[in-house]
Design a protein around this ligand. Structure first.
Ligand code: ARG
Length: 282
């Protein structure tokens, strides 16, 4: 295994606002196909310029949200746990992501049928621990099932604001002891868990959280995120990160941004198991 970052993406050929399953989506606020393509390629090229190898899953007509590959599943070492989407309109995506994972030699795991789980959108490693959002999309029981299956500690966090319906819209680990988060998306208990368990927490203000600024992709010491979060950018720079703002307006119309458009295949920067693997090799 190499240390080259690897990310799965899906081009927005058939992307659009065709249904409404979160508070951001309005069919009468259509995305612009040309702008979507342009914005998606800008993210793709920015990642490629950082040395990321980009794998691509083929776009499929009738599956407009397939672009949000963070929801394909959860990757842990060579295991790929395929998502089981809550809403019928997204359930057709799972077989395509599953097929992709099988063709790329992952050990594919499927969930018991009664559990909902929306992949890396709701399950993010920070250090050894899997932080897991539930209520709007994934079930808390699905996270427990995953914890047992992978043999990792899972901390379920209830999401309390429907605008932040996936954990990756309000929480982003940036190192194995550091994360950014929007406190208003969690209840008191969730906030206390985050404070107890993550040494360095950067709070995002409400007016910047609505710009999807927690929905960031971390590659090494660079953070790519939607534009419109100058305060957060400043804080990240003070912590030694380079910040790369991108214009992702067309995807925000579907309730997604930079992070949702990517699935890290070799382990997030913040995942301790990724670093353990690297240490074992070098
Ligand atoms: N329209 C999609 C949905 O509601 C957006 C998914 C965003 N993905 C994410 N990982 N937050 O499911």
């Amino acid at each position: 295994m190499s240390a080259t970052p690897r990310i799965l993406m899906c081009a927005p050929d058939y992307y659009g606002i065709e249904y409404e399953i979160n508070p951001w989506m309005h069919r009468d606020n259509a995305s612009d196909p040309a702008q979507s393509l342009w914005q998606w390629w800008a993210l793709h090229d920015a990642l490629r310029d950082l040395g990321v190898v980009i794998d691509r899953v083929e776009p499929i007509p009738g599956l407009p949200d397939l672009v949000f590959t963070a929801n394909a599943g959860l990757v842990y070492r060579t295991t790929f746990i395929v998502s089981r989407f809550r809403h019928g309109v997204r359930q057709g995506e799972a077989p395509y992501f599953e097929r992709w994972a099988r063709e790329h030699a992952f050990d594919v795991v499927t969930m018991p049928p009664h559990l909902h789980f929306e992949g890396a959108g709701d399950a993010l490693f920070c250090g050894e621990t899997l932080f897991a959002g539930y209520r709007y999309r994934s079930d808390a029981r699905a996270h427990q099932w995953i914890g047992l299956r992978l043999g990792v500690e899972v901390l379920p966090l209830e999401l309390v604001d429907p605008r932040y319906y996936h954990l990756d819209t309000c929480f982003c680990p940036i190192a194995d002891n550091a994360a950014i988060y929007y406190p208003g998306a969690f209840d008191d208990y969730g906030r206390s868990v985050l404070h107890d368990r993550i040494e360095n927490l950067i709070e995002v203000a409400a007016e910047e959280a609505v710009s999807f600024s927690c929905n960031a992709v971390v590659v090494g010491r660079t953070v790519l995120l939607n534009e419109g979060a100058p305060k957060l950018a400043h804080q990240l720079q003070n912590c030694g990160y380079a910040v790369r703002p991108l214009r992702l307006t067309e995807f925000i119309k579907a309730g997604g941004s930079a992070k949702c458009l990517t699935l890290r295949l070799d382990g997030e920067e913040a995942a301790a198991w990724k670093h353990a693997t690297e240490l074992a090799i070098f």
